[in-house]
Design a protein around this ligand. Structure first.
Ligand SMILES: *[C@@H]1O[C@H](CO)[C@@H](O)[C@H](O)[C@H]1NC(C)=O
Ligand SMILES: *[C@@H]1O[C@H](CO)[C@@H](O)[C@H](O)[C@H]1NC(C)=O
Ligand SMILES: *[C@@H]1O[C@H](CO)[C@@H](O)[C@H](O)[C@H]1NC(C)=O
Ligand SMILES: *[C@@H]1O[C@H](CO)[C@@H](O)[C@H](O)[C@H]1NC(C)=O
Ligand SMILES: *[C@@H]1O[C@H](CO)[C@@H](O)[C@H](O)[C@H]1NC(C)=O
Ligand SMILES: *[C@@H]1O[C@H](CO)[C@@H](O)[C@H](O)[C@H]1NC(C)=O
Ligand SMILES: *[C@@H]1O[C@H](CO)[C@@H](O)[C@H](O)[C@H]1NC(C)=O
Ligand SMILES: *[C@@H]1O[C@H](CO)[C@@H](O)[C@H](O)[C@H]1NC(C)=O
Ligand SMILES: *[C@@H]1O[C@H](CO)[C@@H](O)[C@H](O)[C@H]1NC(C)=O
Length: 424
């Protein structure tokens, strides 16, 4: 069971161990190794005592210690579950001011829309057996230089895209050097948005593809109620734009509901045949299988780090989604929202894939955050929203987790002189 801890002592500071990533010159390299050795030795008993420690070693050093490199450090970040933990209060949050970030759409700027309680802004995710490295905007901007980060999915992906841009903009002095490549404004149905950080030569892009698979017009000879179909065996026809990226982050789920499908005349199709009676769960699995084959066939995972973010729980008070009671603090238990068939399907499919894909299994951590939704502080005040999240807020933490994977566990992204956090 996950507990949102209100006890500050549980989140004891690890500042003394250092959470930054200092650049080390070659001259000081040797002494750095020595220093790290000393730190390591002094930490080993500590590590054993608490079962799972938090130490920093050079990648080469871990090889020296464990021989062939297929040690327990090989995939340490993944082997310890960062998604099992609790929310702890932290006054260094929030990390940016949404009103000052031109890429937060008004609907997500809760403070700007009149929310007055602020506790919801000050929670940090604390994995049980590790710690997410402190967000360092300068080193992140440098790491992303000349790269292409692509988000694909529904409005939850758009929120995460906005969050990442705002996190990164806090480190950019000339805010005008950051702009949408086509000069477009953020709107709910736009297919593509790309924000370029020109001083760093990288883009953070968003492709709206709410089902990931292709939605087509009504097939011939179909019953009258069929207005469109989802072609479960074909990825979205804009998918060719997702290929040459360095980071590729998918999501889908919110649209796989009767209201957005059957009740709007959208039915499933596989090949040339309509699947009128196919349950949504089966269709979803088929679509995710299609996505998995597409990734295996089209993505060079030597270059592209692929992520799939799992389902984002909502916190409506009733089935009809009319009542939304945003709380002031996180829940202490998820009350069943910590599991989702969609998330389980993604986890299962990815397990079978032949190329590396990281599942951002954020469902249960987000399930506790009934305090972090837009509620009635959106741009349409009379329509409460217990699905989307305020910015700053929970999507920032999703991004911090993405960045921790990229910056600590991905060889091509890691200079020899960068200290690599070893988390378990
Ligand atoms: C990582 O190390 C574990 C042993 O701790 C081993 O079982 C696993 O196969 C290794 N994984 C890779 C990718 O080398
Ligand atoms: C965010 O920025 C706006 C505009 O500069 C300012 O009015 C507001 O007080 C700031 N909000 C917070 C929480 O600092
Ligand atoms: C608060 O978060 C920062 C990272 O942003 C971390 O370094 C620090 O240890 C945290 N403080 C507490 C009290 O948890
Ligand atoms: C900018 O990034 C692209 C790759 O996205 C790269 O081909 C190009 O050389 C970079 N330009 C500069 C000036 O670094
Ligand atoms: C992709 O599909 C959309 C409908 O979803 C259609 O409007 C568009 O023309 C298609 N584009 C291409 C390149 O086939
Ligand atoms: C990826 O890297 C591996 C090992 O370095 C290599 O064998 C493989 O051909 C590469 N794949 C592609 C598509 O470049
Ligand atoms: C809303 O949540 C609070 C607890 O945060 C609870 O006391 C209150 O009864 C709830 N209101 C409704 C209408 O569910
Ligand atoms: C994974 O692969 C096995 C063997 O090919 C298959 O039996 C199983 O159904 C697959 N699981 C999923 C979730 O696709
Ligand atoms: C928003 O919701 C809160 C509690 O649910 C309520 O007290 C407040 O009056 C609402 N604000 C608006 C503008 O409807």
């Amino acid at each position: 069971m996950k507990i949102a801890s209100f006890n500050r002592s549980t989140s004891f500071s690890r500042r003394s161990l250092g959470t930054t990533s200092p650049r080390v010159t070659r001259l000081s390299w040797i002494s750095r190794i020595f220093h790290v050795l000393v730190v390591m030795v002094s930490l080993i008993s500590f590590t054993i005592a608490i079962g799972c420690g938090y130490i920093y070693v050079l990648p080469s050093l871990s090889q020296a210690f464990y021989g062939d490199g297929t040690s327990k450090f090989n995939d340490s970040f993944r082997s310890c579950n960062v998604f099992d933990g609790s929310w702890v209060p932290n006054d260094s949050y929030p990390l940016y001011n949404a009103t000052e970030c031109p890429f937060v759409e008004q609907g997500f700027d809760c403070l700007g829309n009149g929310r007055t309680d602020k506790d919801y802004l000050r929670w940090r995710w604390k994995p049980k057996t590790s710690d997410i490295p402190r967000f360092n905007v300068r080193s992140t901007l440098e790491k992303l230089r000349s790269k292409r980060v692509v988000f694909v999915g529904d409005s939850m992906s758009r929120t995460q895209w906005e969050s990442l841009i705002c996190l990164l903009m806090t480190g950019v002095e000339d805010k005008k050097s950051v702009s949408e490549v086509n000069g477009n404004k953020i709107t709910k149905r736009i297919r593509f948005l790309g924000v370029r950080f020109s001083s760093f030569n990288f883009t953070i892009e968003f492709f709206r593809s709410v089902f990931l698979v292709e939605q087509g017009s009504m097939p011939r000879h179909a019953p009258k109620r069929v207005k469109s179909t989802l072609k479960l065996d074909k990825l979205d026809n804009i998918s060719n734009h997702w290929v040459n990226s360095d980071v590729l982050i998918f999501n889908t789920g919110q649209w796989w509901v009767p209201g957005k499908l059957f009740e709007s005349g959208c039915y499933f199709q596989v090949g040339n045949s309509l699947k009128l009676g196919m349950p949504i769960s089966t269709a979803f699995k088929t679509a995710i299988d299609t996505w998995a084959s597409w990734v295996q066939k089209n993505i060079n995972t030597n270059r592209t780090h692929v992520f799939f973010r799992t389902f984002e729980p909502s916190h409506w008070s009733d089935q009809t989604r009319r009542f939304c009671n945003v709380t002031q603090h996180p829940l202490s238990e998820a009350r069943g929202r910590d599991r989702s068939l969609f998330s389980d399907t993604v986890l299962e499919v990815v397990k079978n894939m032949t190329v590396p894909v990281t599942v951002l299994d954020i469902t249960s951590m987000s399930a506790l955050r009934s305090d972090a939704h837009v509620g009635n502080w959106s741009d349409i005040p009379l329509t409460p929203d217990c699905s989307h999240w305020c910015l700053p807020g929970v999507p920032d933490m999703w991004n911090e987790i993405v960045l921790s994977y990229l910056l600590s566990n991905y060889d091509e992204w890691t200079d020899m002189d960068l200290l690599t956090p070893v988390l378990c």
